[in-house]
Design a protein around this ligand. Structure first.
Ligand SMILES: *Cc1c(COP(=O)(O)O)cnc(C)c1O
Length: 716
């Protein structure tokens, strides 16, 4: 009955300009259907003012305007009227006296206005007058809202249009009140009031933070199931343009919270989930994913005022001036589907009490092994403990571990924790790994080397890793990969983690995927895997055994972390693909740029693009460039890998032989890492490229840059 694609379905894959135009079109369509044309502030008269306990209640009559009369109640703490105001639109069965707290609620949290007023907001509650308008005798068992809707239709006006217009009028009045702070004005609607809030917010000329409670779903299935809403839930004609999820998405860039009860008898979770996920995607495409919040609550067809109050606190704390979205350095994304799946898995652990080293962790290890090019994967609680465990498995105590001068501090600290001394080696310029020539020199002059660690900087596996493997084999020394950056990276088809005797991955939040905190150990050797499993659990012989064969520690990954990691692991292919697409776009945008040279993948190497790196020409002031990008272009670069060499960290002073590391030093001083993440838009990349060129040109024209600079990187 309701098939056919709405005319204004969200244009997936479009660029920012098309999306902005789509957003305008949806708002215009809603305005048109609302038949709301007046921009004026309605006339309001005060009917009554009184105290109810520590709250003050004003009964107001909204009189003028084309939409006739309606009443509303303003409620606020008596001590001092707050400047933050929320418009409250109740459901069709929400009795006004209950919503404002004059009568005890017959449904949990029905007293939304009272609760929000007690939480420190002035609330203005519209009395929709949808109850008790007809006597029982007149109703004769018929649905009252339908009767009113039909009556309105006789006047050529839809009930939804009328109610939503009232809501816009009330918003306008609030915004014009001198005591209201315009950047602290919000709207909350429950059920029918939620749909009205949605329309009102779309028709209103400014983005206002909005809470939609118990109204998520799809008009299509809602009306195919039952039409009891009586023509009041939907603006007649709206499906020509868009269904609920797209309308919700069109609220971007306003802060939006969608509340839904997991046992809502009217709006099934399945449809609500589709709507929430779709709206979240549209928010992401508007570059404001952080302004969309979904809250699946343990309730039926209700509203949670506390959750709403916390949301308004947050939304109102963002000053109106920072409304321009920044290009973030990284973005950590869990889709609504992923979040639901995580919560289900966690719930299962809570029900069964299986909270660590359980079935989720096993499933996670199995999924991880597919990505690491090894049959064995051992999950631990951090990347650092993964490195330490690997070093303990191969045995380094009392001897020396060689590692690159350019790495994260944890590579060295894990070696020290495993009982080794550290020796640093310079970086090789082709693939940014540890320099095989430097390693050879160290092996020739020392007899205490127990292991060599290479680090896949930024996600690049160096093509020279073959030389390292041969060298280590020749000396009978294990090669360990610190692959913290490189899950999903390849070299000549071989996966990161499959090159050394063992490898360590990190699942820290900023890494390519995350489990909150966590790490993984990859190994081809099942005996090594067994020792790693024992070490992560205090060197125990078995999970239930109370016999400790070795000194390990508690490096276990909990089921909760495994549940999070598993969801992200399932997105890894998509993440890497999206990052690689973004990287190709940067290659094109930055290819001929004055003042910098991009770090390209060496032949055979396929990076996961954990980082997109570029080298600045000599003389470019990196700090100045970064702050200019942030302040003038809203672009935040991501952290370097690394700006200070590991060996120069104060904690390591005097713990190794001082040496020069010219390649690593040059790289540390001159590279930058551009924002890159799955879901990055072309417009965001354009902004980064445009900002970079403009700011590099500023520095070039100041004459401080010697260009072209000496290239550290042989492959560029
Ligand atoms: C992140 C990282 C680590 C440490 O991982 P955690 O999970 O934070 O303990 C180790 N080495 C490198 C190169 C890293 O980037």
């Amino acid at each position: 009955m309701l098939d056919g694609t709405p005319r204004l379905a969200f244009p997936d894959g479009a660029d920012d300009a098309v999306i902005a135009e789509w957003n305008r079109s949806v708002r215009l369509a809603v305005r048109r259907l609302l038949d709301y044309s007046t921009e004026s502030v309605p006339e309001v008269s005060k009917l009554e003012e009184r105290r109810i306990g520590d709250l003050t209640l004003q009964r107001l009559a909204f009189g003028a305007g084309p939409d006739g009369h309606f009443r509303a109640s303003l409620l606020y703490p008596s001590v001092s009227r707050p400047s933050r105001a929320v418009l409250v639109l109740p459901g069709r069965n929400g009795r006004h006296e209950q919503v404002i707290g004059l009568e005890p609620p017959d449904f949990p949290d029905r007293n939304v206005a009272e609760r929000l007023a007690r939480a420190g907001f002035a609330t203005l509650t519209i009395d929709f007058g949808l109850r008790d308008a007809y006597s029982d005798e007149k109703r004769a068992g018929r649905d009252e809202t339908s009767l009113i809707a039909h009556a309105m239709a006789l006047k050529g006006r839809s009930l939804a249009a009328l109610l939503a217009s009232d809501a816009v009028a009330a918003l306008r009045w609030l915004a014009a009140e001198p005591w209201v702070d315009k950047s602290s004005l919000g709207i909350i609607g429950h059920s029918l009031g939620g749909y009205m809030a949605l329309y009102a917010a779309l028709a209103y000329n400014q983005p206002v933070p909005i809470v939609l409670a118990s109204c998520a779903g799809l008009y299509r299935s809602m009306f195919e199931r039952d039409a009891v809403a009586g023509g009041a839930h939907a603006l007649p004609g709206i499906l020509q343009y868009a269904d609920l999820p797209d309308l919700m998405g069109a609220l971007a860039p306003a802060f939006l919270q969608v509340q839904h009860g997991d046992r809502d008898p009217f709006l099934p979770m399945a449809d609500a989930g589709i709507a929430i996920e779709r709206a979240a995607q549209i928010y992401a495409r508007h570059n404001v994913p952080e302004r969309f919040e979904s809250s699946i609550l343990t309730m039926s067809h209700g509203t949670n005022s506390d959750v709403a109050a916390a949301f308004f606190e947050r939304a109102f704390s963002v000053p109106a001036m920072t409304q321009r979205p920044l290009v973030p350095p990284v973005r950590i994304e869990f889709s609504a589907a992923a979040r639901r799946q995580i919560l289900e898995r966690i719930d299962r652990s809570l029900v069964t009490g299986e909270l660590t080293l359980g079935s989720c962790g096993i499933e996670f290890e199995r999924a991880a092994a597919m990505w690491m090019g090894t049959p064995e994967a051992v999950a631990v609680n951090s990347g650092t403990s993964a490195i330490e465990t690997a070093l303990r498995v191969v045995g380094v105590r009392g001897r020396r571990v060689l590692l690159p001068a350019n790495t994260f501090f944890a590579t060295a600290s894990a070696a020290l924790a495993a009982g080794a001394e550290v020796g640093f080696v310079d970086t090789e310029p082709l693939g940014l790994g540890i320099d095989p020539d430097g390693v050879r020199q160290e092996l020739e002059r020392r007899d205490d080397v127990a292991a060599v660690i290479t680090v896949h900087i930024g996600g690049i596996i160096s093509p020279r890793i073959g030389e390292l493997i041969a060298l280590c084999a020749e000396h009978g020394i294990p090669l360990i990969e610190d692959a913290a950056h490189a899950l999903g990276s390849l070299l000549d088809g071989g996966k990161a983690g499959g090159f050394g005797r063992m490898a360590a991955f990190s699942l820290y939040p900023t890494k390519i995927i995350t489990s909150g905190e966590g790490g993984l150990i990859a190994t081809r050797n099942s005996a090594d895997a067994a020792v790693a499993r024992s070490l992560r659990d205090h060197g125990k012989r078995g999970f239930l055994a109370n016999v400790h064969d070795r000194i390990g520690s508690n490096w276990r990954m909990s089921e909760v972390h495994a549940a999070i990691g598993l969801a992200h692991m399932e997105s890894l292919a998509a993440f890497v693909a999206e990052r690689r697409t973004a990287a190709r776009c940067y290659d094109e945008l930055l290819g001929g740029m004055r003042g910098l040279t991009v770090v390209r993948e060496p032949a055979g190497s396929s990076s996961n693009y954990y980082k997109y790196m570029a080298l600045l020409d000599e003389g470019v002031d990196r700090n100045q460039l970064k702050s200019a990008l942030r302040e003038r272009h809203g672009v935040s670069l991501s952290g370097e890998v690394y700006d200070t060499l590991c060996c120069l960290q104060p904690a390591l002073e005097g713990r190794f032989e001082a040496k020069d590391f010219p390649v690593a030093l040059g790289f540390a001083a001159r590279h930058i890492c551009l924002p890159i993440f799955a879901g990055m838009t072309r417009a965001q990349q354009d902004r980064v490229a445009h900002g970079l060129q403009q700011e590099l040109d500023v520095q070039l024209s100041a004459g401080s840059i010697r260009s072209p600079g000496v290239k550290v990187h042989a492959s560029v």
